[in-house]
Design a protein around this ligand. Sequence first.
Ligand code: PGA
Length: 212
Amino acid sequence: MEELPAARLCLPTGSTPKPVYELAAEWIDLSRAEVFVLDEFGLPPTDPSRCDAMLRADLLDRLAKPPHTIETLNPQALDLGVECTRFACRVDDGGLDLTMLGLGENGHLGLNEPGSDPQSATRRVDLHRATVQAAARYGPATQPAWGLTLGLREILASRRIWLLVTGAHKAQILERVLTGPIGPDVPASYLREHPNTVILADESAAAGIRPS
Ligand code: PGA
C-alpha cells in the first residue's frame, strides 16, 4: 500500500472549526500526522473547556486513525517560559505544513491578542476582555484570564494557512482584516503578507466584503 505523506498540522479549537471537524472525523486519516494544538487556556487539566480537551472531543478521539503525535502547550508547567520554548522548538523542528486558524472578533489569531507583532513568539499572554467573554461560550468552570499561544512568528512561518471565518458577528472584523491597515491592532491583518493563506468564509462573515 502506498504510504500517505506525513504532515505537520496546527489545529485550532472553538466554535468555528467544529462543523469542519464533524465532517472530517468520519474519513480523515491522521495516522502519519503530527498535530500541534494552537493554544491553551490557563485552566485546570480537568476543565472540558480547555483547548486540548475540546480538540480531542471534537475531532481527535473520534478518529479511526488518530494522529501519530499530539503536541500541546501545558499551562500547568512549572516554568511557562521553558514550556513555550519547548513547544516552539518542536514546531520549528520541521515547521508546519498547515496551520488552521479561527478569527477572534478582536482580530486575534490563536491567543495573539491586539498589540502582538509578527515577531511575537510562543508565550504566555493575558487575555483581552473580549476573549474572556467569547470563551464563556465554551462553558469553562472558571473564566480563563490568561493562556499560552503559538506565536505569530511561528504561525506566519507555516507553509500554508487556512483562516476559517463564520457568522455575521465576524463580518466587521473580517472586512477590517482584509481592507484595513496591516498592523498589531489587528494581528490577523498580517496574514495579508503571508504567501500562502486561504480564507474560507461563509456568506454571513463575508457580507461586508465588496468585490473590487
Ligand atoms: P470561535 O473562536 O471559533 O469560537 O469564534 C475563534 C477565535 O477566537 O480564534
